[in-house]
Ligand binder design. Sequence first.
Ligand SMILES: [Zn+2]
Length: 375
Amino acid sequence: MNKMNITLHFEGEKLFAETEISLDKNLSELSFILNSGLEISGVSCDEKSAEPTIESVYEPLFCAEVKKYSVKCGSDFGRIKICYSGKINGWHNIITDDIIELNRYGVWLPCEMSCEVQSFLTVSGCEDFFLVKGEFDGQWHYSAGEWDMNIILYRKSKLQTVSGKYISIYYADKSLDEAAEFSKNVFEDVLNYYTKELFQREYLGSHMEMACLYPALTSGGAYKRYGLIVCITPGTDEKEAVTVNAHEMAHTWCSGAEVGSWEDWLNETTAEWSMLLYCLDRNKNEIFDKMIAEHMEKYPEFPPIKTADGSHPDGVHTKGTIVFYELYKAFGAETIKSIIRLFVDLDVKTTANLLDKMKALGLNEAAEFLTKYVS
Ligand SMILES: [Zn+2]
């Protein structure tokens, strides 16, 4: 397997990276994308210096603006070094004195490479920091797939941790002590509802680590990766604690539809409704009502869920939640539960396959109702 070793360090608000890619088979050309704000200071192929060409500049879905580079050296090469540095931008990407967060949306490492690579990261000069999901042997190390290259560092003197059986919550501001403790309890109750009632299957994922970015970031929502929830705070009131834990944890099961297309409405709607069903089951009707009201308010500004070219429209999360709300009013909570369970069990997660399964299970009327909104 081709390997990419990245050595990363930080100075002020800038990152500095040295990347070395070793190829199993020599190549004559290599291309990749990198955040437009990062400047490449040097490229060499087998120790011979090379000049990268900028092929295009664009914004990949959900990501910061990137430049697509290609590197040629006049002859085949087996090893390529790329050095770059600069400030990072992009959703949920920030470098501060006490908290650093980098993720795939910031395209801080060479991505979409023309050959597949396995990435290994060493963070140098961060002995005073804790790297979430990292390993320490004098320096921090991290290895993961491209989309899991979430580098979250906390200055140790600022780091607070609250741990339960299945979750550890990291945060850097003592004003969140109570919120973290509360959120841990919500997480455990949510997991209990999902495993015993809604999905009726064991939780086989890893210990969850919840990384809270406040005060480095004060807005921007949350996202989930394997064994990781990244958010702003653990929830400063019950509604926030419930929504972040229950929506993000539902993605353990509610995922698998193509994220880059309109079909992503399935992932987001089933996750959001898992959260809403938890609220109904636990008599948290006030949170249910508020969440529906928030989606209702935003609903009219978004385009239809299904696009002509299959691309990802804005607002599928909100649109889908309201479509399911209409279904819920017409057919009840048990029907929503059945639909979510059918989605979780689909082999190929598409709207067409879900509608077919619904009909096979006798949910014909609900399937016809849904068809009106998503075809
Ligand atoms: Zn989601």
